[in-house]
Design a protein. Structure first.
Length: 131
């Protein structure tokens, strides 16, 4: 009985959401950020875990909400910039931040969003704060 309920719950979720939204919620849909978003890139003198932690702290200081990803996965997706970005985007607008280890003490950080102005704003804040 529990299996049937579980499958019905999953099926109702999949039917209620578009395939793109379902992929995004499941954490497998970050490719649009790399293919269609405006990307800013910088190499910082920090290991990947420190760069991730510092970036997450900075974004929380902006009252944004990191809700998906991890340092081990090499990305985070963040939303809720409506307060810090002056109400120029809905709170559901997302920014993806990708982390790639260059070597043991250097990490490449890429900031991308489909909202180009928000991408500029967030990249500037991250790159100023994560030195």
């Amino acid at each position: 009985m529990k299996k049937i309920f579980f499958y019905l719950l999953i099926l109702s979720f999949l039917i209620g959401c578009s395939p793109r939204e379902t992929a995004r919620v499941l954490g497998i849909g970050v490719s649009p950020f790399k293919t269609s978003g405006k990307i800013h890139s910088k190499v910082v003198d920090k290991d990947i875990f420190t760069a991730y932690r510092d970036t997450e702290r900075l974004l929380r200081d902006l009252t944004a909400t990191p809700y998906r990803g991890s340092a081990s996965k090499g990305f985070m997706v963040v939303r809720d910039f409506s307060f810090s970005y002056g109400g120029r985007c809905p709170d559901s607008t997302e920014v993806a931040v990708f982390f790639e280890e260059v070597d043991a003490t250097k990490t490449q950080i890429q900031v991308s969003s489909l909202n180009y102005g928000l991408s500029d704003f967030v990249a500037e804040k991250i790159f100023e704060g994560v030195q």
